[in-house]
Structures are given as structure tokens and as C-alpha cells.
Write a protein that binds this ligand. Structure first.
Ligand SMILES: Cc1cc2nc3c(=O)[nH]c(=O)nc-3n(C[C@H](O)[C@H](O)[C@H](O)COP(=O)(O)OP(=O)(O)OC[C@H]3O[C@@H](n4cnc5c(N)ncnc54)[C@H](O)[C@@H]3O)c2cc1C
Length: 268
């Protein structure tokens, strides 16, 4: 259990204090959540609240750079943040929580029901990290999440996203405040369709087979997509309180089909 709290005043100070038995605390909504083991497992908590440098939002050459300590509410209210990211931030229905929770906290928590990760993934978000060595590195969000252990002591400084990208998202939960069984996003770029999503208790997934199917045949039928996802052996969904394996597969398939239609400007 954490017995020491460090109030870092700069990103360098925060990263300097970070060890494998310490944890950063940003908004604290995940760290202090009942049932979360982050605070229980850490000896030291490093608060980022006083790192003013991490709270800015900047816009340059078609990209927006969001400081890691920007809250969900700042994202919703900023005139510079693209609509697709505001939509994802509003998946967090509680304004009280939006006033505390930060973009970096959501990424680093890497929950299977993350509000932001699917949209940030298909947008090709780039994360700037401050390392213990003082070095600053920029990595794609997918690279960061897939190799999180090797970035464990690094501080997320900012997240950069494109302003103009056609991107749509969908979240399914019993109520706006409930955990989502599926949060999925799709983006259309010159290279084709990108699809990613979080499936509760499974993880954050990149739907490469679906991308390939839509890119190869933009007129593929909904039935073909449903069959493809139903028969996919690489997808490890199970029956649980959020629904049966069959239900989750069906939901992924019909959502992928709907998002693809929306991106193509067709009604759903
Ligand atoms: C009732 C309740 C329901 C919730 N439901 C959801 C949900 O459905 N989906 C969801 O995604 N989340 C949910 N959360 C968790 C949480 O609200 C969000 O994930 C939030 O975005 C976390 O942001 P934070 O700033 O509060 O992070 P914190 O709690 O401060 O930190 C979370 C993690 O991120 C790390 N971290 C924070 N900042 C940085 C940084 N700059 N660099 C590196 N690591 C960093 C921390 O060390 C910690 O491991 C829920 C929380 C509560 C209390």
C-alpha cells in the first residue's frame, strides 16, 4: 500500500521519482477506484497535478496535441479538439468524473472498456513519452499499448491526433454509466478503413480481418461479415455477465458493418 506521496512540479521530476514500485496519479479516478489494485501495489504515488506544462492543448499543421493532464471535460469544451475525440470523451457520462479523469490516465489504464483508446487507435494517435534518461520519444498508440511493460516507467507527456479524419464510434452499455461490452471505432483514410475496439474482459483489439474484408470488397454483405466474425478462431470472446460469446461476436459484426456504412456516407 502506498505510504508516500510525491507532488512533482515538472515532468522531469515526476519521471525521476518513478520506479517499478511507484505509480503516477493524474485524475486518480482509476488509481483510487474501489477494486483497483494500482494504489494497493504501489509504495509511492507521484502526483502530476502540479505539472502545469502537461495541461496545454496546441494546434499545428492539421494536428492537435493534447497535454497528458488534460481532463475529459477540457477535451469536450476545447474549440480545437476534433468532434470525434469529443464524442469519445462524452462516453464518460459523469461530468464529475470528466472534470477529474485525464487523457493519459485513460490510455495508461488500458482498460478493455476504455472510452478513448478505440478512437485514438484508428486516428493513429502519437504519444510523446518522457524517459528516465531525459530522452523524449514519440510512439504510435498501438506500439505503446502492445509493449506497455517496456514503457512502464515513462511519463506520457502528450497525445497528438489529426484534426481532419473521417472517424465514427459506437459504444454499447446497459446505461450511460454502466461498463461497456463493446466500444468500437472506424476511420477512413486514403489507405483504407481502420477498425479497432475494446471488448469487455477481452481487451483492446485491432480488427485486421474486418479491415481487409471491407477494403477488398466495399459492397460486402452484412451476412458475410456476421459469418466471418462468428467463425473467426482468432477472436477469444467468452460467455460472461456482459453477454454470450455468440452475442459479442454478433455485436462486433453488425457494428463493424454499420460503422463502415456511416463512413461511406450511407444511412444506417
Ligand atoms: C465508477 C467508475 C467507473 C469507471 N468506468 C470506466 C470505463 O467504463 N471505462 C474506462 O476506460 N475507465 C473507467 N473508469 C476509470 C477511469 O475513470 C478512467 O480510465 C480515467 O480516464 C482514468 O484517468 P485518470 O486521470 O483518473 O487516471 P489515474 O487514475 O490517475 O491513473 C490511471 C493509470 O494511468 C497512469 N497514468 C496517469 N497519468 C499518466 C501519465 N501522464 N503517464 C503515464 N502513466 C500515467 C497511472 O499511474 C495509473 O496507472 C472508471 C472509474 C470509476 C471510478
Amino acid at each position: 500500500m502506498a505510504t508516500k506521496l510525491i507532488l512533482a512540479k515538472t515532468p522531469a521530476e515526476a519521471v525521476d521519482a518513478k520506479t517499478s514500485s511507484a505509480a503516477f496519479i493524474a485524475g486518480g479516478t482509476e488509481v483510487n477506484r474501489l477494486g483497483s489494485d494500482i494504489a494497493g501495489e504501489a509504495d509511492v504515488l507521484i502526483s502530476l497535478k502540479k505539472c502545469g506544462a502537461l495541461k496545454s492543448i496546441e494546434r499545428d499543421a492539421g494536428y492537435v496535441t493534447v497535454g497528458s493532464m488534460c481532463t475529459f471535460q477540457q477535451i469536450v469544451e476545447s474549440e480545437w479538439i476534433p468532434a470525434y475525440l469529443k464524442e469519445a470523451a462524452l462516453f464518460m457520462a459523469s461530468r464529475t468524473k470528466r472534470n477529474m479523469a485525464t487523457i493519459a490516465g485513460n490510455i495508461a489504464a488500458n482498460r478493455s472498456d476504455s472510452y478513448l483508446i478505440p478512437a485514438l487507435t484508428v486516428a493513429g494517435a502519437v504519444i510523446e513519452l518522457c524517459r528516465k534518461s531525459g530522452e523524449t520519444v514519440r510512439v504510435g498508440i498501438q506500439e505503446y499499448l502492445e509493449n506497455k511493460e517496456s514503457y512502464g516507467n515513462d511519463l506520457i507527456v502528450s497525445v497528438t491526433v489529426p484534426e481532419d479524419i473521417r472517424l465514427v464510434s459506437k459504444r454499447y452499455a446497459n446505461t450511460a454509466q454502466s461498463h461497456a461490452v463493446l466500444t468500437m471505432s472506424a476511420a477512413l483514410t486514403e489507405e483504407g478503413i481502420y477498425m479497432a475496439g475494446g471488448v469487455k474482459n477481452v481487451g483492446q483489439l485491432h480488427f485486421c480481418d474486418l479491415e481487409k474484408a471491407f477494403n477488398e470488397d466495399p459492397d460486402i454483405s452484412e451476412e458475410a461479415i456476421i459469418k466471418m466474425v462468428r467463425d473467426c478462431t482468432g477472436l477469444h470472446t467468452e460467455d460472461d455477465m456482459f453477454g454470450s460469446d455468440a452475442y459479442k461476436r454478433y455485436l462486433i459484426a453488425v457494428t463493424a458493418f454499420d460503422l463502415h456504412r456511416k463512413l461511406k456516407g450511407k444511412e444506417v
